[in-house]
Design a protein around this ligand. Structure first.
Ligand code: C5P
Length: 222
């Protein structure tokens, strides 16, 4: 990154999927690879920020200079974000957090029987909305929205509903978004909106970090 646009700033991110255990050997998860969040963490560190990355299970190397905290479940991710959020300048919720978890993780392996099996799922905490709702010491809060249709409209609704400063929306579908190297993002913030890509996630990450740095500067001129 050519310019230290985040020098002296602290950035906290979530990335990757979460894993919600059903029993000791099975879990519910999703197709998130963590690539976008890890690319953002790498770029933020290269731009001079002190970066903390709370990562769900993903097979990616830790970017240079990034403090990585590994978690499995949404509840663990929520707890780590709560533990580290004070004093951060920017929070980027990039993780594909499981919306639901099994009401109880069974202690022994669930046995096969001929009968139907019903799963009782309960909602997970919304990590991003909790950060955005902080009354004090609230970082500039950035979320992602994976949408299949009417991307701009759904994403700006989500930005308002969750109280975000900026939302990065992407269209998901066959060959797009999840577990791919390329992506296309629609950024929406208070001051406007802008399309990034299509292009490699690393290039989009650099542009998104530049936009966040710009918003910070507009927000709180030093
Ligand atoms: O509402 P939806 O899940 O589409 O919102 C996506 C955004 O919210 C992402 O930025 C994701 O990281 C964040 N999120 C979260 N905690 C949840 C669900 C979503 O932080 N439980």
């Amino acid at each position: 990154f050519a310019e230290p646009v985040l020098a002296g700033r602290r950035v906290l991110l979530t990335a990757g999927p979460t894993r919600e255990p059903l029993d000791p050997v099975r879990y519910i998860t999703n197709r998130s690879s963590g690539k976008m969040g890890f690319a953002l963490a790498a770029v933020a560190a290269a731009a001079g920020a002190e970066v903390t990355l709370v990562a769900g299970p993903c097979a990616l190397p830790t970017p240079a200079g990034v403090h990585r905290i590994d978690v499995e479940t949404a509840e663990q991710m929520y707890a780590e974000v709560q533990r580290h959020v004070a004093g951060q300048d920017v929070f980027i919720g990039c993780a594909a957090v499981a919306d639901y978890r099994p009401a109880e993780a069974v202690a022994g392996k669930i046995k096969r029987s001929g009968a139907d099996l019903k799963l009782h799922l309960v909602p997970n905490p919304d990590i991003l909305a909790a950060v955005a709702a902080r009354a004090e010491d609230r970082p500039f809060t950035v979320g992602f929205a994976a949408e299949t249709d009417r991307v701009l409209e759904h994403a700006s609704d989500k930005r308002r509903r969750k109280g975000l400063d900026l939302i990065a929306a992407n269209r998901v579908g066959p060959g797009l978004g999840f577990d791919t190297d390329d992506n296309q993002l629609e950024l929406i913030w208070d001051g406007g909106h802008r399309q990034l890509g299509p292009g490699p996630k690393s290039a989009l990450a650099a542009e998104l970090i530049t936009q966040i740095a710009q918003c910070l500067q507009d927000d709180k001129p030093e």
